[in-house]
Design a protein around this ligand. Structure first.
Ligand SMILES: [Zn+2]
Length: 247
């Protein structure tokens, strides 16, 4: 999508919402859901997915279908909450770096003072300072929205299937699962290109506000970078595969 195309689609979406607030919320019941698009598209649209082309946006349908308009509004609210969570996580990460830096600077200047006054004592105390400074092993939080990886019905082109990106760290991954997946016991696997399972977890999926999510820890600190397959088995169903990459 080009820049102008994208800003045009953002403006169109804002216009749709403004118009919808007046008429679409309840004025167009569509009990048989005639002509409704795949909910994954509404969700991708609400998340401002850059892979959606202007032509693929079902704008004229949404303004004339109250159930779709309400779904779109619902996904927009979730998207705003998620954005706030991401911003908060980024701020906390920056704050963490600042605190560690401040502590290192303070420790170094304290060491300098101790060396000047009593060299032996400073040398003795150094190991305990290092122990205090050992990096904390809190997992790095990652949110993966699998909505844009939903199996499509041929109405979205193949570029839509982009990859899930995992940083090479100890991770706490929250997967937001595609529409239609229920609460229950999930198995989650990371498999490399050679077909070897490099990590496997089981965890309970919970539904909140119509979106099922599941959280697991993956320690990818010692993993090789490169392509892999993320495999998810929902309760009672077969494995689903998503292209992924460790970077
Ligand atoms: Zn509809």
């Amino acid at each position: 999508m080009t820049e102008s195309n994208q800003s045009a689609s953002s403006k169109l979406m804002r216009d749709v919402v403004a118009l919808g607030k007046k008429y679409s919320e309840s004025g167009f019941p569509n009990p048989n859901r005639a002509g409704c698009p795949n909910p994954a598209i509404l969700r991708a649209m609400a998340h401002r997915d850059r892979h959606l082309t202007l032509e693929a946006l079902p704008l004229s349908h949404i303004v004339g279908c109250s159930p779709c308009f309400q779904s779109y509004e619902h996904f927009r609210r979730i998207s705003r909450v998620l954005r706030r969570v991401k911003v908060t996580a980024a701020c906390l990460a920056v704050l963490g770096v600042l605190l560690v830096t401040a502590r290192v600077v303070r420790t170094h200047s304290a060491e300098g003072v101790q060396r000047n006054t009593s060299g032996k004592q400073a040398a003795k105390q150094q190991p305990s300072v290092e122990t205090k400074q050992a990096p904390r092993n809190d997992p790095f939080p990652v949110i993966v929205d699998l909505a844009s990886f939903s199996p499509t019905r041929g109405d979205v082109n193949d570029d839509f299937r982009n990859k899930v990106h995992f940083p090479r760290k100890l991770l706490r991954v929250k997967f937001l699962l595609p529409i239609g997946l229920e609460s229950g016991e999930y198995s989650i696997r990371l498999q490399n290109a050679a077909g070897t399972v490099i990590a496997e977890r089981r965890a309970r999926g919970h539904m909140t506000d119509g979106v099922t999510s599941v959280e697991v820890n993956f320690d990818l600190t010692g993993s090789h970078t490169g392509n892999l397959t993320l495999m998810i088995r929902p309760p009672g169903l077969s494995w689903r595969e998503f292209p992924a990459v460790i970077e």
